[in-house]
Design a protein around this ligand. Structure first.
Ligand code: GDP
Ligand code: MG
Length: 228
């Protein structure tokens, strides 16, 4: 299967046999838009009257990167802490945690500390990718969470990445997942690729992430896709 020029990650039908399975978990207060973000990624649309999630919902999507097919399992957890103990069972072996707050609700950002503490005890030997998402960007209010607050939170909790999204307009949703798949591929599936990046002194971080095979202006030797 060949890849289109400049597109290293391809979305596939869910029934394509996968080479790897990766588990991701979405956490955060009820109402911040977790389910809406995932629905937009998986179904490519914003669902206006979405049902609120009780304990959890399960989604999945297949992606292709190089010749490998990655099956992303997405566990979308309800925002009610009453089920904290039950929910903890779902965190096992997750390689990626998404923590979501909403720009129209400052408390949803401050409450993330509690969500982070919940999962810290569940970490296995391998540290998962920790991602912060500020959703409902279309509703940014004067009460906006400041850049400094976001940076402090990320530093304090060893977060890897931060994205601002709107599940309503779809802003940044597909790009976010594409980016995450590349990061997961590099971190957990082909770590040697990231080694080759670090020896490339002139290559910016951004470029290396856009180009997971690490080959500039050439054909990818892994899957024969053309990389810009
Ligand atoms: P969850 O409880 O975190 O899963 O949140 P939901 O996905 O159920 O969304 C809660 C409410 O926020 C619903 O009414 C959604 O339509 C709405 N919503 C979700 N994302 C956005 C967004 O980006 N912008 C706006 N304006 N509304 C959103
Ligand atoms: Mg939900």
């Amino acid at each position: 299967m060949k890849m289109d020029k400049n597109y290293e990650v391809i979305n596939l039908k869910d029934n394509t046999a996968a080479d790897y399975q990766i588990k991701a978990v979405f956490l955060g207060n009820a109402g911040v838009g977790k389910t809406s973000i995932i629905e937009y990624e998986v179904k490519d649309k914003f669902i206006e009257n979405i049902h609120s999630t009780s304990i959890f919902q399960y989604f999945s999507k297949n992606y292709q990167i190089c010749e490998k097919i990655i099956h992303l399992q997405i566990w979308d957890m309800g925002g009610d802490n009453t089920y904290e103990k039950v929910m903890a069972n779902f965190y096992n072996a997750a390689l990626c945690f998404f923590f979501v707050f909403s720009f129209d609700d400052k408390n949803s950002f401050y409450d993330l500390d509690k969500w982070v503490d919940n999962i810290k005890i569940e970490y296995q030997t391998e540290l998962p990718l920790l991602i912060l998402i500020g959703n409902k960007k279309d509703l940014i209010s004067s009460e906006k969470i400041t850049k400094e607050e976001i940076e402090d939170f990320m530093e304090k909790n060893n977060f890897d990445l931060y994205y601002e999204t709107s599940a309503k307009s779809g802003e940044s949703i597909h790009d976010l997942f594409e980016d995450i798949i590349k990061k997961l591929y590099i971190k957990f599936i082909e770590p040697n690729i990231s080694d080759s990046y670090s020896t490339k002194s002139s290559q910016s971080t951004k470029n290396s992430l856009l180009n997971p095979c690490g080959i500039d202006n050439d054909k990818c030797k892994v899957c024969d896709c053309f990389i810009f």
